[in-house]
Each structure stands twice: as structure tokens, then as C-alpha cells.
Design a protein around this ligand. Structure first.
Ligand SMILES: Nc1nc2c(c(=O)[nH]1)N[C@H]1C(S)=C(S)[C@@H](COP(=O)(O)O)O[C@H]1N2
Ligand SMILES: [Mo]
Length: 372
């Protein structure tokens, strides 16, 4: 099958690569192997991000898992260890959960001073409808001990060279929520291989690192995993360290929820528009909280007006916003978007700089040139 469906034109992002990836339209390529692919802003044109447009992040070479050989092992503090086949999982009650998935490092390229790591711009995010089995059902079936505090999850990818195995721990209180699932489907299709076929975790409202792909091993334990990806990585300083600052390892906390954030998808940054009303659009999200407001400025942050929020207001999902702007005269305008959430958080002018470069959520800003 050709990777471009008939009648579909590729995106015109300048950063796009001539390479193609199975099942993907042209994405911005940060790394070819393992694949780290970003969705260009102009490709975000629907509340659901289609599978062929969804960003990809992996630390290790992508494993190929044969459906027939797949097992999810559940062991540790359980009364009946499990060895679930794909068929076993398919026979358990299936639930649908829509949720936005964002990499903790999304927007890292905007931090100053600059940071090492993947130089994501705005597109390490997407929203999908996932379908699969509740973790609570799996834990019940296994008879998880009440004293257990963590689920330690491993996927079929293995450590390579200096990169350790990707293992993540999730506290029981999050695993017990009805929205935390092992997904077998993404937007009505079996999970694409690159997104974790045949099974991955969906941890709504938390950054992508918890959403373990190709998940095949769950150890129920009192303690979290002590490896690199839970013990060291994906931690954020307890206090603001300032640009270029450092934090002691004991002052780094595990990332759980996400920041409040919004960005523009239309019009394109620095595009020319004709005189008359400009249809301004974008998305806003807030991890485990709800987006309650998006404000727009058309004068670089001087005055602010409310945008119209999309009617789709679903927990753990981004919300669309829309604003009609009629420029009073030709010239260049700086548009800003600022989201507020149900916990009272407001998107800041500048995201706090932090050593790993996580949770960038500065007010979004685009320029437009209105023609005379
Ligand atoms: N097994 C495994 N799962 C993984 C990763 C990984 O490297 N290995 N990367 C995680 C990170 S950091 C992110 S942001 C998401 C990205 O999910 P996606 O590639 O489906 O967009 O997958 C997560 N799950
Ligand atoms: Mo990530």
C-alpha cells in the first residue's frame, strides 16, 4: 500500500523529509531511527488527529510484535499471575477513551538557553480515540494486593547500546481510574505498529512517557522501577531554577499531569491574509483539568478577548477554539492565545525554564500580514 492515499496531497512543511514511514503522511523528521516524527502545525485540522498524521516518539528501535506470539504478563504482588494473549484481552470488556497524548518535551526548542534533546516545536501532540481494556479489570483478574503501590510496565522494545530499556511506573491511584486502559485500537483501527501494536497504555492527562507502547509486562509492586526512565528521566524541579539553572537530583519530582496550554493552527504563522475577517483557530488542553477559557490578543498581548470554545468538551482531551478577527487596516499583526483551566491555571507569558526542557507552555504567538 502506498503511504499516500489517493487524492491526498503531502503537507508543504519545509522541514518535511523526503523519507516515508509506513502508514504516515509527511511528518517532520527529528530522527529516522528510532523514529521521532512531529506533526506540522498546518496538519492539525480536526479534533481527532488521524493515525497517519499522529506524531511518533520512541527511544529505542521499534520492535515487531506478532499478534499470535503476543502476551501481557502480570506478576508481582498478585494472587493469580496472568499471561494474557491478544485474544484473552479482546474477550475482556472493551471501553473507549478519547485522550490527548503529548510528549513532555513538546516545545523544547523554544527554551532559552537552548537545551539538548529532541528539538520539538509545537507538534509532539495529538488527540485520538483509544479502545481497549481497563487496567482495573486486569488488576482485579490478577488479584492485585491492596498493599501494592505501583504498576511497573515494560514494552517489547529492549535497551540498545547506551540507551536503557524503557520501563515506567504508574501509581495505583492512576491505574485504578476508569480512563486508564490498555488500548488495542486507535481511532477505530488496530494500533498501528509504530504506535505500539498490539497493545499500549493510555494514561489520560499525563505526559506521553507513561503511555508505554508494545506493553507486554506488568509487575505489581510496593516500589517503582529504579531504572533510568523512572528514576531519573521525566522529572521536573520542585522549585523554579531560572534560565540555565540546575536542580539537585533529590529536588526532581516525577512528572504526572500536564500544563495548561493552547496554540494556533490557522492562519499559518507569518502568512499573508486578505483584508476582511480572518478565521483564527487552534487547540487548548490542560492535562487532567478542563480548559475553561481561551483568550486572544490581536495586538501582541495588549488587549484580550474571549475565543469561542468548541462544544466537544471531553475530559483529558484538547478543545478547539475559534475567533473571528477583522483587522482594522492593512499591516502586520501579532496574535496571542492564552488558555485558562478548571483549576485556575493560566498559560504564562514564558514557560519556566527547566534542565530537561519539559512542559513548555508559553502563550502562543503568530504573526499575520494583512494585505492592503
Ligand atoms: N515501549 C515504549 N513506549 C513508549 C516510548 C518508548 O520509547 N518505548 N516512548 C514514550 C514517549 S516518551 C511518548 S511521548 C509516547 C509517544 O507515543 P506515540 O509514538 O504513539 O506518539 O510513547 C511513549 N511510550
Ligand atoms: Mo515523550
Amino acid at each position: 500500500m502506498s503511504f499516500l492515499a489517493a487524492g491526498v496531497t503531502p503537507f508543504s512543511a519545509s522541514a518535511q523529509s523526503p523519507l516515508s514511514f509506513p502508514g504516515k503522511r509527511s511528518l517532520m523528521v527529528h530522527s529516522e531511527f528510532p523514529e521521532d516524527l512531529e506533526t506540522p502545525v498546518e496538519a492539525f485540522d480536526s479534533w481527532i488527529t488521524p493515525n497517519d498524521t499522529f506524531f511518533v516518539r520512541q527511544h529505542l528501535p521499534r520492535p515487531k510484535v506478532a499478534a499470535a506470539a503476543y502476551r501481557l504478563k502480570v506478576s508481582g504482588m498478585v494472587s493469580s499471575p496472568l499471561d494474557l494473549s491478544l485474544d484473552n484481552l479482546r474477550k475482556m470488556p472493551q471501553v473507549k477513551v478519547a485522550a490527548t497524548l503529548e510528549c513532555a518535551g513538546n516545545g523544547r526548542s523554544y527554551f532559552r538557553p537552548k537545551l539538548p534533546g529532541l528539538q520539538w516545536t509545537k507538534g509532539a501532540i495529538g488527540n485520538a480515540e483509544w479502545r481497549g481494556v481497563r487496567l482495573t479489570d486486569i488488576l482485579k483478574k490478577a488479584g492485585a494486593a491492596t498493599a501494592a503501590r505501583y504498576g511497573n510496565f515494560n514494552g517489547a522494545d529492549v535497551g540498545a547500546g547506551k540507551t536503557p530499556d524503557f520501563i515506567r511506573s504508574i501509581p495505583m491511584r492512576k491505574l485504578m481510574l476508569e480512563s486508564t486502559i490498555v488500548a488495542l485500537e486507535m481511532n477505530g483501527e488496530p494500533l498501528p505498529e509504530i504506535h505500539g501494536f498490539p497493545a499500549r497504555l493510555i494514561v489520560p492527562g499525563w505526559d506521553g512517557a507513561s503511555w508505554v507502547k508494545w506493553v507486554n509486562d506488568l509487575k505489581v509492586d510496593e516500589k517503582p522501577d529504579s531504572g533510568f526512565y523512572f528514576g531519573t528521566a521525566y522529572r521536573y524541579p520542585k522549585y523554579a531554577v531560572g534560565p540555565g539553572g540546575a536542580a539537585r537530583p533529590e529536588d526532581m519530582e516525577v512528572l504526572e499531569g500536564m500544563a495548561v496550554k493552547s496554540f494556533f493552527t490557522r492562519p499559518a504563522d507569518q502568512s499573508k491574509v486578505k483584508a476582511g475577517p480572518v478565521n483564527v483557530q487552534g487547540f487548548a488542553w490542560a492535562g487532567e483539568h478542563r480548559v475553561t477559557r481561551v483568550e486572544i490578543s490581536t495586538d501582541g498581548g495588549g488587549k484580550w478577548q474571549d475565543a469561542r470554545l468548541g462544544t466537544q468538551n471531553i475530559p483529558f482531551c484538547w478543545r478547539t477554539f475559534q475567533f473571528s478577527f477583522t483587522p482594522p487596516k492593512p499591516g502586520h499583526y501579532v496574535l496571542c492565545s492564552r488558555a485558562t483551566d478548571s483549576s485556575g491555571r493560566v498559560q504564562p507569558i514564558e514557560a519556566p525554564w527547566n534542565p530537561p526542557g519539559y512542559l513548555w507552555n508559553s502563550i502562543d504567538r503568530i504573526g499575520i500580514m494583512v494585505e492592503g
